[in-house]
Design a protein around this ligand. Sequence first.
Ligand code: SAM
Length: 272
Amino acid sequence: MANAAAATGQKNDSAATRETPSVSGKEDPAKGHADNLMTLGDGLGAGNGSWTFAGNVHKVFDQHVSKSVPLYTESHEVGVQMSDFFIHEGSVVYDIGCSTGTLLRKLATYHKGKNVRFVGIDPVPDMIADARERSRDFDNIEYVVADVVDFDFLKADLILSYYTLQFVLPKHRQEVFDKIFSSLNWGGGLILFEKMRFPDARFQDITMQLYQEFKLMNGYSATDIIGKSRSLKGVLEPFSEAANRDLMSRAGFTDMTSIMRYLSFVGYLAIK
Ligand SMILES: C[S@@+](CC[C@H](N)C(=O)[O-])C[C@H]1O[C@@H](n2cnc3c(N)ncnc32)[C@H](O)[C@@H]1O
């Protein structure tokens, strides 16, 4: 088991850590790569159902995520501003799936001078190495290489999770929400962003097509978009809004509200 003090419990076979090389850009994108790699934009490549955050992804992650997730910067800004209501002297704050640590550095800068312990967890060692390197000027941010499924949280006042729990296998997702709820102090907050699926086929169809337009406008080719979508099969598993609320309710949350939305990209605040 892993906790903030001991970085263990990493799952080597998970989609987050599976090793996939980047494409060089020399392959014919229409045909893909000889070993079935497809181009995904930003110099990335992956096979069908084989998306991973490991390998060289950390090098282009910030650029890739900000062009792929609508209102990405704004969603961080909302989380930072909202943190005032939960962070106090001595608070412990977690970011689940912290990637390169961008959100934690924003939070630590915003709360500079307060005695707060910020902990980022992510199962990809290269992401965490990158996050540590970029956070070396902060003495109150620590990073743990861990899968949230195996992680033991300390009591916390704020837990953030941005577009991460959608990558946790459905069979483990409820236990993760249960753990988050029981780790929060009374009055503590969960700020959760997830991609959602619409229960109605028309809404799902319309929003999916608009999302493709969003990616085209951000410079991705049709080949990149299809390649990314194929690579995410069985790896990114969005739930419906009702299913996500049910996960939170079953965990014990009664007070929850949506705080932000762009098509299927939804942010929630749940308070214990
Ligand atoms: C879309 S990125 C998150 C972006 C980041 N939260 C941000 O705001 O920039 C998803 C991250 O979740 C991590 N991840 C995937 N599965 C995970 C798991 N089971 N436990 C913890 N983190 C996980 C990935 O390695 C990746 O860094």
